[in-house]
Design a protein around this ligand. Structure first.
Ligand SMILES: Nc1nc2c(c(=O)[nH]1)N[C@H]1C(S)=C(S)[C@@H](COP(=O)(O)OP(=O)(O)OC[C@H]3O[C@@H](n4cnc5c(=O)[nH]c(N)nc54)[C@H](O)[C@@H]3O)O[C@H]1N2
Ligand SMILES: Nc1nc2c(c(=O)[nH]1)N[C@H]1C(S)=C(S)[C@@H](COP(=O)(O)OP(=O)(O)OC[C@H]3O[C@@H](n4cnc5c(=O)[nH]c(N)nc54)[C@H](O)[C@@H]3O)O[C@H]1N2
Ligand SMILES: [Mo]
Length: 729
């Protein structure tokens, strides 16, 4: 037994028990984590899970969601076989079908629509799951299409775009590089990425100073922050610019760095000069002494990183806010240096592991030239310019208006319509399609609009390759019997490649052949990782020491770090997009007196990830009721008590749910968690309030009003009866 194998060895139950421990991974949440799991299996059924000791990153730990994998996998609403719709769209009327019948129906319909219209009248969409994306995108290309789009139309990509505009690369804070200060801007790692939380906590224990900037008081603001700033929702661009002005006015910038590596400093300096401390305090609500203090800390700490995440991008001004925040690293010279902000390169599935693969080649080698504009291309030109994918946030509008051409069919892999703004409008759009099929583990709202549904499997029921920082790659194998007659998405894609007459021999061969193509040069590692269930280090992995990126010139149009974006300057001026990270008010266009509150819909809770966990009993028990968080003083002035039924209304919809009185909410602001079936926060989000740079919806800045529901009496007692209680954080 090798040293690694010993490290991973768990206490194995005796053979008399019939229980085996098999290695797999949890893919419920973000691929950045994907924790190693020891699955206790008997007769093909999962009995319990434990974290795998020694696994890269997670090292034996699981979060609340990961620990509930057994309940997740055996959810009562798993789809057990292919289904064909027999009743009206949106209904539960389906009949069982064989795989043969279901796949034939799909292939016949897609081929017919392609022949009658255009391959791009078919949209290929995938939700949060990342593991099969290269395969799905290649299938779209091999079938002659380009209208491929993903949930990244609301996640990650806006931050990625902001980072690429400035640095020419994605970036990450170098927490292991002895920083003196870390600024977590809109960051609550304890809940959003618990492994990241441990990184922060380790830094804090080592004496690193931490600034947290969040509109809500969070676990991070309470446990980590040496300085906590709480701006009003959507005003962070002003805060960042004001900090920049303090730094520049005092001459604290790294001028030699700016002179050597940076483009657009003079224009940027001009722009931030309008944000003096008084103006910034008035707009953001942050006391000017705190803004000054934060700016000084950022300037004095060497090295320091200022980083942000997806929460900040869920605003109409999100992408520019992200750029404004990241620019602070540039003016202080904390780029490509240990402890600062480091450029990263993706290895596979948007994860950097320190080696290169043929993923891009695999995805694009069957792509033909585009003929039609993709979904969202005209409305969100920068998105298109940087991604060359459809922007799914324009799908509803496109289908309903047929502008600039009709969309006739939808291939929906893991589509959760409840994650789209104004969900019911999207459902109306789905009703209009000539054909739709869905693959999912569970019965979802989207499934009910599909003509054919295919049952997919969880990470425990299939194998998968995954890369981790440090050059590691893991290759799991199926660990438990499949539930019902489900299949893996890549098996489905390979079958479709054949039936759609794509002629794509590689895709038809299935997962392992494609993986060996993508990971050329890593054959031995793949075999070893698959045999042991233990991540193996690629011999192709090379450290990229800080400093090596800028030495070769940044991967931007100018080869410099761009505070003024040449890429944006080169777009048609009619787009109205500014090459500088200008701040503009992201507030909704409506009567402010009628809608005096701002709703932030969708910060994260430990017991849920989007739609996936609300039906998992252990997890649901942690926060059984959908609730709206409100500051106690605001509640008092409206006569609202804990647990009262209230109505929250926006310009597009109203929801009835319970009030949770908490100091986590700022005055004038409300918070709701998303994903609940009985109170879908996204019905409240207008489908028109999008960031013109990224196309992202304004999930986190929605004008609204809140009233006590007159029909409700004794709300707190009613809530208590169902086990719901007040939630502090
Ligand atoms: N109001 C509000 N809305 C938001 C957000 C917010 O903050 N606030 N956040 C946005 C963000 S950042 C994101 S990432 C999105 C997430 O939005 P989604 O991607 O829509 O979220 P999930 O609930 O993870 O839905 C994915 C679907 O995939 C299914 N699934 C899981 N595994 C597999 C698999 O292996 N194969 C297949 N075929 N299906 C699978 C799940 O059952 C589920 O139905 O939501 C966005 N929407
Ligand atoms: N438990 C759990 N973990 C998750 C997820 C989940 O659903 N559940 N989702 C995963 C996904 S898909 C993603 S994209 C990430 C998202 O994780 P993050 O990128 O961290 O995004 P959010 O949690 O949406 O927002 C982060 C913080 O930003 C704050 N915030 C919101 N608006 C503003 C603002 O205008 N200004 C400032 N300063 N702060 C603001 C929120 O209060 C929140 O605490 O989390 C991942 N992790
Ligand atoms: Mo996300």
């Amino acid at each position: 037994m090798t040293k690694e194998e010993q490290l991973f060895k768990a206490k194995i139950p005796g053979p008399e028990t019939g229980i085996e421990i098999r290695r797999t991974m949890c893919d419920i949440c973000t691929p950045g984590a994907h924790c190693g799991v020891n699955a206790y299996v008997k007769d093909g059924r999962l009995l319990k899970v434990e974290g795998t000791p020694g696994y890269p990153g997670s090292n034996g730990k699981l979060c609340t969601k990961g620990a509930a994998n057994r309940q997740y996998i055996y959810r009562k609403d798993r789809i057990l076989s292919p289904m064909v719709r027999t009743g009206p769209k949106g209904s539960d009327e389906f009949r069982q079908a064989t795989w043969e019948e279901a796949l034939t129906l799909i292939a016949d319909n897609l081929k017919k629509i392609k022949a009658e219209s255009d391959p791009d009248s078919i949209v290929w969409y995938t939700g949060y799951s990342k593991w099969y994306r290269p395969w799905l995108k290649r299938l779209c290309h091999s079938f002659g299409g380009h209208n491929y789009m993903t949930e990244s139309s609301t996640c990650y990509k806006s931050g990625w775009m902001a980072s690429n505009l400035i640095f020419g690369s994605n970036t990450r804070p170098d927490m292991g590089g002895n920083p003196q200060l870390i600024v977590g801007w809109g960051s609550n790692p304890y809940i959003n990425a618990y492994l990241g939380g441990r990184g922060y906590a380790a830094c804090k224990a080592a004496g690193v100073k931490i600034i947290i900037i969040d509109v809500r008081r969070t676990q991070a603001s309470e446990k980590l922050a040496d300085l906590y700033l709480r701006p009003r929702i959507g005003t962070d661009g002003v805060l960042a610019h004001a900090m920049a002005k303090v730094i520049l006015d005092n001459g604290w910038q790294d001028q030699p760095f700016l002179d050597q590596y940076v483009l657009g400093f003079a224009e940027y300096r001009d722009m931030v000069s309008q944000y003096d401390l008084d103006t910034a305090e008035r707009i953001t609500g942050v006391p000017k002494e705190d803004i000054y203090r934060a700016a000084r800390m950022i300037a004095e700490a060497k090295p320091c990183s200022v980083s942000t995440n997806t929460g900040i991008t869920h605003h109409k001004n999100g992408l520019n806010t992200c750029r404004a925040i990241l620019a602070l690293n540039v003016i202080t010279g904390n780029v490509d240096k240990p402890g600062g902000i480091l450029p990263t390169t993706d290895t596979f599935l948007e994860m950097g592991a320190g080696f290169e693969t043929r993923e891009e080649e695999f995805i694009f080698e069957t792509r033909t030239p585009e003929r039609l504009p993709l979904v969202g291309q005209k409305r969100f030109p920068l998105w298109y310019d940087m991604n060359h994918d459809g922007q799914a946030m324009d799908l509803t509008r496109h289908i309903l208006t047929e502008d600039p051409y009709p969309i006739r069919a939808l291939a929906a892999f893991g589509m959760n319509t409840r994650m789209f703004p104004q969900t019911s409008q999207l459902l109306k759009a789905l009703e209009k399609l000539d054909f739709m099929f869905a693959t999912d583990l569970f019965w979802t709202d989207a499934c009910r609009y599909a003509d054919v549904i295919l049952p997919a499997c969880s990470s425990f029921e299939r194998g998968e390759v995954k890369c981790y920082p440090g050059g590691f790659m893991s290759y799991t194998q199926q660990a438990i019997d499949r539930v019902g007659d489900c299949r893996s998405d890549v098996e489905i894609i390979a079958q479709l490649a054949k039936r759609l007459d794509t002629g794509d021999e590689l895709l038809m061969q299935g997962y392992d052949a494609c993986i060996r193509y993508i990971f050329e040069g890593n054959e031995e590692e793949l075999t070893e990782a698959r045999r042991t269930g233990i991540p193996v280090r690629s011999k192709m992995a090379r450290p990229t020491p800080p400093g090596s990126y800028l030495a070769n010139g940044a991967n931007t149009p100018s080869g410099k770090l761009e505070l003024y974006s040449i890429r944006i300057a080169n777009l048609d001026p009619e787009t109205g997009l500014d090459p500088l990270p200008v701040w503009f008010d992201g507030d909704n266009d409506c009567d402010k007196e009628e809608y005096p509150f701002t709703l932030m819909a969708g910060a994260r809770i430990p017991n849920a990830i989007h739609s996936r966990c609300h039906n998992v009993p252990w997890l649901r028990s942690l926060r059984p009721d959908p609730m709206v968080d409100i500051h106690p003083e605001d509640a008092k002035s409206l006569g609202i008590s804990q647990g009262d039924l209230v109505a929250v209304s926006t310009t597009v919809a109203a929801l009835r749910l319970r009030a949770n009185l908490t100091l986590t909410a700022n005055r004038g602001e409300l918070h709701m968690f998303h994903g609940y079936e009985e109170a879908n926060a996204n019905e409240l989000v207008p489908n028109t309030e999008n960031d013109p740079y990224s196309g992202f919806p304004s999930f986190k800045q929605i004008r609204c009003r809140i009233e006590k529901d007159a029909a409700d009496s004794n709300g707190a007692a009613a809530q208590e009866e169902r086990g719901g209680k007040q939630h502090a954080l």
